[in-house]
Write a protein that binds this ligand. Structure first.
Ligand code: J2J
Length: 552
């Protein structure tokens, strides 16, 4: 293992781009050992030294030991440097679930370049926004994923984003440069001089957000690494743990609960392309999977399939369910149907993560979404005036701690709204804090739709819809859905002939918006209801359109 070097592990400084932890707080986090003082590149070296021959990652035909993953991260770092990427550069990384993703992520960490993690589903609108916000110098993608040719998007980005110097493609690069994660060729240079420090910005994660454009959460080596280690210790994971990740790897949840926590424990990470139960059940049997994470809608599909499968699911010890609220009735059925311990879980790309432990009281395991992962997590539940509400009453959850960000990246105007003066993140979630520190989710104050765990900013979709020439006013609301939790409904006041939902979807696709943000339904109205203060009354709208049909 790399020894701690307190002099090297300088505290996180605030930069013009984001606010770090105050010096005394950072010192405390380091003294108590939550922050280990190692970069993520160094962590991988440590894991590979500890158990070089243990399988680290399995994906498709790839099956790499920790030693192999470490070597590939080294050679990828050298290849990235060869391609002109430097320490401190932002690189927009958009890859599907694959071993290559893991090697490249750690290659970027070793180089000290900052991955900006896009979801595979993102399209021009989101990718361009990430490139511009971070002044990215490179866009790193696969060739074709789900029929979408990322090389074409790379062409567009190179044309329109001035900071972008290169596109690197995994697979068939077309006329772009290829990035291979293959082991080094004879004589090929391996490794780079690691200049990143543990307190440095390590990566930028997509925040659910409520604004016109998605925001990015700046995570340091120290804090992000700790979020995974804290989970590994609290669950607990062991070297015999085999974790299946079937959610899109660009989300914080699969990245931390799936990848980081597994690696910290020296376990094995198995990557599936999709959460389809038939494919995943085969993987569970083949790899003897012990742990996995699912959103409630997918858990429902798994539970429908489980009674019929021939696959042996007996290795499965725990199924974590989170990302959106799990209905208590469904929660009760998980253990009998899947034969694994239910682990309700909540979290956010901004930091705070919680889950129920295997031996927590039964009532809390069903009713609550869990308790925070670290003793350093601080939670307050407040009313509209920021006063603490009595225990078990509903209020907005504020969070602060050793892996919860203190600001967004290059978004000072949003920071004023999203963070308190004393550094708490306003989650926008309405919760009850129950005895024992358990959190029960009870709704939200943020203007966001949670569609099967994918977060959609109402404002982002509204601003695209408003660009339509025949729309005067638009409001996007969530309506209840048994599988997804919520569906996305756009309510419009047209000027002229009203567009239908299909026309709107085509319009939004043309504008480069990711498919998961497309409205499921479109309601045509003469006017939008307003509150006494004259704001659009989304609660009333949601109720009004909630019971109506799906499509045009
Ligand atoms: C209700 N709402 C939930 C739950 C998240 C672990 C797990 C999930 C995420 C995640 C994550 C919920 N019940 N069990 O990053 O590390 C809603 C809340 C929250 C928002 C964050 C992790 N679990 N939510 O979902 O950044 O509204 O992270 O603020 O995608 O999801 O979304 P996201």
């Amino acid at each position: 293992m790399i020894p701690d070097d307190p002099a090297r592990a300088a505290v996180v400084r605030s930069t013009p781009d984001f606010v770090g932890w105050p010096d005394d707080v950072a010192r405390h986090y380091r003294e108590v050992g939550w922050w280990a003082g190692r970069t993520l590149g160094e962590e991988l070296r440590g894991w590979a030294t500890r158990a070089p021959d243990h399988t680290a990652v399995v994906s498709g035909d790839d099956r790499w030991t920790y030693r192999e993953l470490d070597l590939r991260a080294d050679v990828v770092a050298a290849r990235l440097e060869e391609a002109g990427i430097r320490h401190g550069d932002a690189v927009v990384l958009q890859l599907p679930n694959s071993a290559a993703f893991v090697a490249i992520l750690f290659g970027l960490f070793r180089l000290g370049a900052r991955p900006v993690i896009a979801l595979a589903a993102h399209r021009r609108s989101e990718v361009e926004h990430f490139c511009r916000t971070t002044d990215a110098t490179a866009y790193l993608c696969a060739d074709v994923v789900d029929g979408f040719d990322h090389r074409g998007l790379a062409d567009e980005m190179l044309e329109t984003v001035p900071s972008l110097r290169t596109a690197l493609v995994v697979g068939d690069p077309g006329h772009h440069r290829r990035l291979s994660t293959a082991p080094p060729a004879p004589g090929e240079r391996i490794g780079v001089v690691e200049r990143a420090r543990p307190g440095d910005l390590a990566l930028l994660l997509l925040s659910g957000g409520t604004t016109g454009q998605p925001k990015l959460g700046p995570r340091t080596h120290d804090d992000w690494s700790y979020s995974g280690r804290a989970m590994a210790e609290a669950i607990p994971y062991e070297s015999t743990t085999v974790t299946l990740v079937s959610l899109a790897i660009g989300h914080n949840w699969p990245l931390t609960h799936g990848m980081l926590a597994t690696f910290h424990a020296g376990g094995t990470l198995v990557l599936a392309e999709t959460p389809d139960p038939v494919d995943c059940f085969e993987l569970v049997e083949r790899e003897r999977v012990t742990d996995t994470g699912l959103v409630p809608g997918t858990a429902l599909l798994w539970m429908d399939e489980a009674p019929w499968t021939r696959a042996d699911l007996s290795s499965l010890r725990r199924v974590a369910i989170g990302g959106s609220k799990l209905d208590p009735e469904l929660a009760r059925q998980v253990e009998p149907v899947l034969g694994a311990r239910l682990q309700q879980m909540f979290g956010m790309a901004e930091g705070l993560i919680g889950f129920v432990r295997d031996d927590d009281p039964e009532e809390m395991r069903i009713r609550s979404q869990g308790r925070p992962v670290s003793p350093g997590d601080e939670i307050r539940v407040v009313d509209a005036d920021d006063h603490d509400v009595p225990e078990a009453e509903v209020g907005e959850m504020l969070a602060r701690g050793p892996y919860t960000i203190r600001s967004y990246y290059r978004a000072p105007e949003h920071d004023r709204r999203s963070f308190t003066r004393d550094g708490y993140y306003r989650t926008g979630d309405l919760v009850r804090l129950l005895p024992g520190g358990f959190v029960e989710f009870a709704g939200r104050v943020k203007d966001q739709i949670n569609r099967g765990g994918e977060k959609i900013s109402a404002q982002e979709v509204e601003s695209h819809v408003m660009a339509h020439p025949r729309i005067r006013q638009a409001a996007v609301v969530g309506v209840p859905d048994t599988v997804l939790g919520e569906r996305c409904c756009v309510c419009v006041v047209p000027s002229g002939r009203a567009p239908g939902v299909n026309e709107l979807r085509a319009f939004l696709t043309e504008r480069g918006l990711a498919a998961y943000k497309m409205p499921d339904a479109c309601e045509i109205l003469d006017s939008l209801p307003v509150t006494a203060l004259g704001k659009i009354d989304k609660a009333a709208l949601s109720v009004a359109v909630g019971g109506r049909g799906d499509d045009e």
